[in-house]
Design a protein around this ligand. Structure first.
Ligand code: NAP
Ligand code: COA
Length: 246
């Protein structure tokens, strides 16, 4: 099955590290023009260096998804420089493990604002620039959206909202020929998320053991799914949450 994104425009918000950068790299290797954004200028610079090797076109901007006007400005800039978007990935997120009684109102709000409100900001501000028909939109969710987990009340609340945003937009934007899906990664190696949730070798091994396939996933596992979902091979898949969790 050949998948080619030569000269397609792919926007990855939160695309400067971890799973999202892995997705951006896979699209770049397939010939796509990349636009990425996150808060840290250092991370944007490092990611652009990685994505633009082999002379691929890659641009980046800094901004916080919690601020709507910032996200709107980023989308306009990406559109001016790279044209309408074939693929939009929304993956910015924050997480820390803590019991509900150990999370302040601001701590709960910080995660909901980044993951859920941020996803809405990314979707709404990108809509005018999505290719119609044909665009593929992917929100990066998590199993916490449908599995209640202790010490993850904020993430469970935020990511279940993200999956509903996916489904509602798939209904509303289906008329435009835009497909909207979520990918829900299981535990993925060498990521900030796993460092926070499985901080010791012992917990990491126990996590791998709890997966039926008996291994932690790779960034490539998620990136391959994002490529498939954005390709013509998935042209009748919309409004769904795809677990990639072993
Ligand atoms: P990560 O490397 O920390 O990725 C998060 C990205 O979002 C970074 O590029 C970060 O860059 C950006 N970001 C964070 N807050 C932001 C904000 N307010 N505004 C704009 N950008 C922001 O973590 P990861 O573990 O790879 O997670 C990536 C995605 O996969 C997340 O959606 C996460 O929920 C999901 N996920 C991860 C796992 C896992 O095993 N790691 C499992 C399930 C789901 P800056 O710091 O520069 O802003
Ligand atoms: N336990 C309990 N509360 C915590 C916490 C922890 N481990 N870490 C942060 N908080 C609280 C803070 O105390 C603060 O609440 P307060 O003002 O009532 O004290 C609130 O969360 C916001 O923290 P702050 O550091 O000001 O927020 P920020 O906007 O700079 O950062 C976070 C957002 C907290 C989500 C930060 O961890 C982050 O930027 N994460 C991005 C990377 C990441 O999480 N990657 C994994 C993705 S799966």
């Amino acid at each position: 099955m050949e998948i080619n994104f030569e000269d397609k425009t792919v926007v990855v918000i939160g695309g400067t590290s971890g799973i999202n950068l892995g997705i951006a790299e896979k699209f770049a290797e397939s010939g796509a023009k990349l636009a990425i954004a996150s808060r840290s200028q250092d991370k944007v610079d490092q990611a652009i260096k990685i994505l633009s090797k082999n002379k691929h076109k890659a641009i980046g901007l800094t901004g916080d998804v919690r601020d709507y006007s910032t996200v709107e400005t980023i989308m306009k800039d990406f559109n001016t420089k790279l044209g309408d978007f074939d693929v939009l990935i929304s993956g910015a997120a924050g997480n820390f493990p803590a019991p509900a009684n150990g999370i302040s109102s601001n701590g709960f709000k910080a995660v909901v604002d980044i993951d859920l409100v941020g996803t809405f900001h990314v979707m709404k501000s990108a809509y005018p620039f999505l290719k119609k028909p044909g665009a593929s939109v992917i929100n990066i969710s998590a199993p916490q959206a449908y599995v209640p987990l202790e010490f993850q009340i904020h993430v469970c609340a935020a990511k279940s909202g993200v999956d509903m945003v996916t489904k509602v937009l798939a209904m509303e934007w289906g008329n435009d020929g835009i497909r909207v899906n979520s990918i829900s990664p299981g535990p993925i190696e060498e990521t900030e998320g796993m460092k926070r949730l499985a901080p010791t070798e012992e917990i990491l091994n126990a996590t791998a053991d709890s997966v039926p396939l008996k291994r932690i996933g790779t960034k490539s596992d998620i990136a391959s799914t994002a490529m498939f979902l954005s390709s013509d091979h998935a042209s009748y898949i919309s409004g769904t949450v795809i677990p990639v969790d072993g």
